[in-house]
Design a protein around this ligand. Structure first.
Ligand code: B12
Length: 221
């Protein structure tokens, strides 16, 4: 038993390192290994994938990594997430609501959003991911088409974060705001900040976002 636990911890450490070292093929292989061994996927995301990409971000901040290094870490992150997202427990959850999510126009960051998407799926949401660099017109068009219960808006730079308020204003102008809750998130944001932009809730990370989304739906997590 103790060896199984140690081996599982070792696997998580290896996956984290593959992301920090920017090795997409290895990250994919290790994620497949975790899935095949029946590991807890949400635990793998929280304790290997998220810490891995955070560590890569820290290394960039300390000037130990170039952008090209961070891009490779992002690729490794995505290869791992592509595999882990296929987990049957995540796929087969009974759907409790629709969540439409996007990154604002001018912003290409999507690693944090991918984590949020997986956690929301794990919590039972049907997620419509519009991707990155999404103009307000597309956001409104898709909100009208899909009629989500919650919209999630992500922005990751000081230059793009303040534009999230324009997305809320567009919901108001199109008569959609009364039917939808708004969540916001991203590295440059805080609870206080997004409330000023018109959000109903902020998500610090994937887990908190899923918890707060359930709460907005009136479901206890
Ligand atoms: C990885 C990264 C990149 C990658 C992005 C790859 C990708 N596919 O996403 C690359 C290399 C491409 C990149 C490019 C750039 N980047 Co960059 N990037 C980062 C970095 C290192 C990590 C971001 C990240 O993925 N973090 C890990 C995830 C897990 O965390 P997260 O994003 O915060 O997400 C969590 C929460 O915020 C929350 N959350 C996220 N989204 C949402 C959405 C909702 C709705 C909710 C509720 C919650 C939520 O849950 C997530 C999971 O825990 C940060 C530095 C940092 N320390 O954050 C800079 C950073 C964001 N980048 C920055 C900059 C300046 C740039 C560039 C302009 C650099 C350049 N000179 O070209 C370009 C901009 C391109 C563009 N137009 O968007 C700056 C922004 C500074 C500022 N002014 O605010 C930062 C802060 C680095 C810095 N200190 O200077 N970047």
């Amino acid at each position: 038993m103790i060896f199984r636990v140690l081996r599982a911890l070792e696997n998580l450490e290896e996956l984290k390192n593959a992301i920090v070292e920017g090795e997409p093929d290895l990250a994919e292989e290790l994620a497949k290994g975790l899935m095949d061994s029946g590991a807890d996927v949400l635990n793998a995301i929280n304790n290997a994938v998220v810490p891995g990409i955070n560590q890569a971000g820290e290394l960039w901040k300390q000037n130990a990594y170039f952008i090209s290094d961070v891009v490779m870490c992002g690729e490794a992150f995505k290869s791992a997430m592509n595999i882990l997202e296929k987990d049957q427990d995540i796929q087969n959850r009974e759907k409790i609501g629709k969540y439409l999510i996007c990154t604002v126009e001018g912003d290409m960051h999507d690693l944090g959003k991918s984590i949020v998407v997986t956690m929301l799926k794990g919590a039972g949401f049907e997620v419509i991911d519009l991707g990155v660099n999404v103009p307000i017109t597309t956001f409104i068009e898709k909100t009208k088409e899909f009629r989500p219960d919650i919209v999630g808006i992500g922005a990751y730079m000081s230059t793009t974060a303040s534009t999230m308020k324009d997305y809320v204003q567009a919901l108001v102008d199109n008569g959609l705001k009364d039917d939808v809750k708004v969540m916001m998130g991203g590295v440059r944001t805080s609870d206080e900040y997004v409330k000023k932009l018109g959000a109903d809730a902020w998500g610090r990370d994937g887990v908190e976002t899923a918890e707060k989304a359930l709460k907005l739906m009136g479901v206890q997590s």
